[in-house]
Each structure stands twice: as C-alpha cells, then as structure tokens.
Design a protein around this ligand. Structure first.
Ligand code: NAP
Length: 278
C-alpha cells in the first residue's frame, strides 16, 4: 500500500516540502505521497489523533506547532527534548516518535562550506531556529560561540539553559558589529532581511575576517542584503536553501532509511523560487 507522509503547520499553502519529498520518493523508488495539511493551533490535538488513527507513516511539523506537539507524542529523541522543538515525526508500529533535524540539517549544510573545528562563530539571533543551531554547533570540537540578539537577555538565557558558558557568550548587536573581524563564521538566524523587508540588515559588516563564511538561514530572498554585502567584502556565502534541503533530507532518512540527493532538492527549491542560489 502507498505510504503517506505530510507536513502540518499554519500557514502551509506555500510550503516547498511536498515538492522536494515527493520528488525524493520518486528518485528513491519509495511508493509514497507527501501532503501539506493546514492545522490551526486549536486543532493540533485532533490533527495528531487523526494522524494516528489513519496510520500516517510520518510527518513534518512547522510553525506554530514545533513546541506544542511534544506532549502529544509517545516519545521524543534527546536532542529534540533539549532543543524543545520537534520538526519530524515517525510512526513506528503505531507509536509517534519526535525528532529535530533543524540543528543537524543546518550544521551538515554549513560543513559543505566551512571548517568548524576550533573556529570562532557568531550567531545572530536567539529565536527558535537559533536554539536548534546553537545546541548543535556547540557539539563541534573546540568551537567558540558568540550569540548576539536584539533582546540580549534571550541570548543570555539560551547559554545558561544549556550550561554552555564555557564555550559561549552573549553580546549586544553593537558589540558583535565592532568585533566582526574576529569571526571565522557568521550565522544569521533572525527574520531581518526577509521578504518584503529585503533592504534590512541585522548589523553593519565592515570590516570582516579574510575567508570568513557567512550563512543566512533566510531563503526568501535567495540572497539577503547581509549575504550580498558579505560577498562583496570577499566572504564565502550560503543561503537558507542549504539548511532547508538538509533538514528535509535527514527527515526523509528517518522515514525511509535512504538519504536523498540534497543537490537535487536545492535545485528544485531554487527553481521554484525562481532565482539563482549562493
Ligand atoms: P523566531 O523564533 O520568531 O525568532 C526570531 C528572531 O529574529 C529573534 O532572534 C528576534 O529577536 C529576531 N528579530 C525579529 N525581528 C527583528 C528585528 N526587527 N530586529 C532585530 N531582530 C529581530 O523565528 P525563527 O523560527 O527562529 O525563524 C527565524 C528565521 O529563520 C525566519 O526568517 C525563518 O524563515 C528562518 N528559518 C529558516 C529555516 C531554513 O530551513 N532555512 C528553518 C527555520 C527558520 P528578538 O528575540 O529580539 O525578538
């Protein structure tokens, strides 16, 4: 029987997950279909019960349900518990098991362009995506992490919560800007610069370290002002398509045991968004 997968969220109509997962099923010879389900917060409990009752094989979870779904699942992997968010659920013999592939997806993508061992990394932002990314980057050997955020107390709280004071510090956005030349890698996780406010930038860049890598998890636009300016200053840049593809690929692997072609996923997303990637 054809297997069924999906994504729940609100809004969900413009999700690119069905596009890449349905293509990956075809490419990997998996007889399955992936569908986007619009679920409002007050319907989450019923939606999860429906997934269970229908025997849906697995699903992704996106905004605004990533935290709220945790108590509705049968078990949750440790990383997702620590991060406090689930973006992937697998149905194993009727038991719904939650995972988080956002942090690992980001780090796998970043490693395509950056060496992380012993590097000095700036994370801009302290929201949900930053939380998963911070938790996962902190596992890298010898890494030193600074987190700056508009609301600096959120960065402080994040570091305290994970007891990572030894390798991480919270700083103001101004401080990060003044120390920009010291960072090997800069990770932009806020919504600043996202469509339609494409001329916004979270902090001024000049000057940056030679050979620095800048990764912005935004993919609309494909090149944020931050990436454009960093590239003009000589940085290697990476946009949010790469994280999107890897978090999806890791979810696909959890469901099927097969790791799909991430370059193909990126290409599909890029074509869908109608632009050039970086
Ligand atoms: P979130 O939890 O709402 O966090 C938003 C972050 O942006 C916070 O750090 C917030 O600072 C900051 N921020 C928002 N408006 C700001 C402004 N005007 N000036 C300065 N800082 C501002 O959101 P999220 O879930 O982490 O998502 C953040 C971005 O990541 C979104 O653009 C989302 O599309 C993208 N994303 C991409 C992927 C991917 O696969 N590529 C995955 C997940 C998310 P405060 O704490 O001060 O409010």
């Amino acid at each position: 029987m054809k297997r069924l997968y999906g994504v729940i969220g609100s809004p969900i109509a413009h999700s690119m997950s069905p596009l890449i997962h349905n293509d990956a099923f075809l490419q990997n010879g998996v007889d399955a279909h992936y569908h986007a389900f619009h679920v409002e917060p007050d319907q989450l409990k019923q939606a999860v019960a429906g997934m269970r009752a229908l025997g849906i094989d697995g699903f992704n979870v996106t905004i605004p349900h990533k935290e709220a779904i945790i108590p509705l699942l049968d078990s949750v992997e440790d990383a997702a518990i620590q991060i406090g968010a689930v973006n992937t659920v697998v149905n194993k013999n009727g038991k719904l098991i939650g995972y988080n592939t956002d942090g690992r997806g980001f780090v796998e993508a970043l490693k395509e362009v950056a060496e992380l061992k012993g590097k000095h990394v700036l994370i801009i932002g302290a929201g949900g995506a930053a939380r998963a990314i911070f938790y996962t980057l902190a596992l890298e050997e010898g890494i030193q992490l600074d987190i700056c955020n508009r609301t600096v107390s959120k960065a402080e709280d994040l570091i305290k919560e994970f007891s990572l004071e030894r390798i991480a510090r919270s700083i103001t956005v101004d401080q990060a800007a003044s120390e920009m030349q010291s960072y090997d890698v800069v990770v932009q996780t806020t919504s600043v610069g996202m469509f339609p406010k494409v001329n916004d930038i979270p902090l001024p860049l000049k000057p940056i370290k030679q050979h620095a890598v800048f990764s912005d998890i935004i993919y609309n636009p494909l090149e944020t002002r931050l990436l454009r300016e960093a590239k003009a200053l000589g940085a290697i840049t990476q946009n949010g398509i790469h994280m999107f593809a890897y978090q999806a690929a890791l979810a696909f692997e959890i469901w099927t045991g097969k790791f799909p072609d991430t370059d193909r996923m990126k290409k599909l997303v890029k074509e869908h968004l109608g632009g050039k990637t970086c």
